[in-house]
Write a protein that binds this ligand. Structure first.
Ligand SMILES: *Cc1c(COP(=O)(O)O)cnc(C)c1O
Length: 393
């Protein structure tokens, strides 16, 4: 078995350097604990960026995935399989939406949502109505169209020309809603809590005003719930807490519990315009990925989600009591820490890692996305490390 240094050197020599990686090579995990090649344990409050919703090696998830891998690993979308239909049925029942398209990632889910929204607008109102409004400081993915949708210049630089007719609104600004009135907008895309943008939640009254204006103008409201969905914010999807039902909802990250899967959920009126041949994916709806997602959804019942809310409140209260924390932002188990100077998110993240706690950053904030299965003991352990790291100065 190669050691960490060997694993890191080989990767660095051959994998494209698009990530700023920590010098950590993880080899296995159980619950919230990840182990490196030397057997050092890390308490993981990252969930692989919001993906491992049930932690590492959750027994029900492992059973479902292993059984499906041994039975039928892939068929293409030319044939029907049980896990795909079961997942679609459950997602529709639990969201109130009508149809699902499956892809393999968050970016792909958002691409699918943008395509479906433009198709609806083109069919119903004509080609002129193709504009996609997104929010400043948003993040929607790394493909060209989702980069265009991402309202942060830094991500666009040198990758143009990008797909056209995207525009960016300031979040939580009532005056910005006037941009919906020019007859050119097909859709608006929002994250209810901007994740990569720094764990910044939208204000509920503004979201409701936006949804009302969209409904008046028949502009489709797309919720990018790639990060906020699947229990992360304390309800199955964050839109439930904002009192709106979007026309389209995208999901990915936590959906598969660790396997690549993305989904676009939509109302029937949008789905009616997506005929055979209008969209597709070779891997989309893969039975192993869907079996994993079905195990996640079965686990996320109402009692489990109530526990997520209870533990989120406990974690938040503990974070608010830490020294040198200026503010705690976010919703549920998607939390950001704004720090007092001279503490920086990057330095705190690195110090936590040295103390055996894995956390994330988002812009200038420390970001916590722990697995939804965390225990009160895990919360106490993480707070102990953070207290030490923040009190040391
Ligand atoms: C992570 C993320 C994406 C992109 O998902 P990928 O699976 O990396 O393509 C899109 N939108 C939001 C809100 C995200 O957090």
């Amino acid at each position: 078995m190669p050691n960490s240094a060997e694993l890191i050197a080989r990767d660095d020599a051959h994998v494209l350097h698009t990530y700023a990686r920590s010098p950590l090579a993880l080899v296995r995990g159980e619950g919230l604990t990840a182990y490196d090649a030397e057997g050092n344990a890390y308490l993981d409050f990252t969930s692989g960026i919001g993906v491992n919703s049930l932690g590492y090696a959750h027994p029900a998830w492992v059973r479902a995935v292993a059984a499906q891998a041994g039975a039928l690993q892939h068929t293409s979308n030319l044939y029907y399989t049980a896990p795909c239909g079961q997942l679609a049925e459950t997602l529709c029942r639990r969201t109130g939406l009508d149809r699902v398209f499956f892809g393999n990632s968050g970016a792909e889910a958002n691409e699918g949502a943008i395509k479906a929204a433009r198709k609806y607008a083109a069919d119903v109102y004509g080609a002129r109505r193709s504009k996609v409004l997104t929010l400043q400081n948003s993040f929607h993915g790394r493909t060209l169209a989702t980069l265009a949708a991402t309202g942060q210049e830094a991500f666009h630089k040198d990758f143009g020309p990008l797909p056209e007719n995207f525009a960016y609104l300031p979040a939580n600004d009532p005056a910005a809603l006037a941009a919906l009135d020019d007859g050119e907008a097909a859709a608006v895309i929002v994250e209810f809590v901007q994740g990569e943008g720094g764990v910044v939640p939208l204000e509920k009254p503004w979201v409701q005003a936006l949804a009302a204006r969209c409904a008046e103008r028949d502009i489709l409201l797309i919720a990018d719930e790639v990060q906020t969905g699947m229990g992360r914010t304390g309800t199955l999807f964050a839109f439930e807490q904002f009192g709106v039902l979007p026309d389209l909802v995208t999901s990915a990250k936590g959906l598969g519990g660790g396997l690549p899967i993305g989904a676009v959920l939509m109302k029937q009126k949008v789905a009616d315009h997506m005929a055979p041949g209008s969209h597709g994916s070779t891997f989309g709806g893969n039975p192993v990925a869907c079996a994993g997602a079905n195990a996640v959804l079965e686990t996320l019942d109402e009692a489990f989600l109530a526990e997520v809310r209870r533990k989120a409140a406990a974690l938040r209260a503990g974070l608010e009591a830490l020294p040198h924390v200026r503010a705690v932002t976010g919703l549920g188990l998607m939390l950001g820490l704004a720090l007092e100077a001279p503490y920086t998110a990057a330095a705190v993240r690195a110090a936590c890692e040295n103390e055996g706690l894995l956390v994330l950053t988002a812009k200038e904030r420390v970001r916590l996305l722990p697995p939804l299965i965390l225990t009160d003991a895990d919360i106490a352990a993480a707070l102990t490390v953070l207290r030490r790291v923040l009190g040391a100065q």
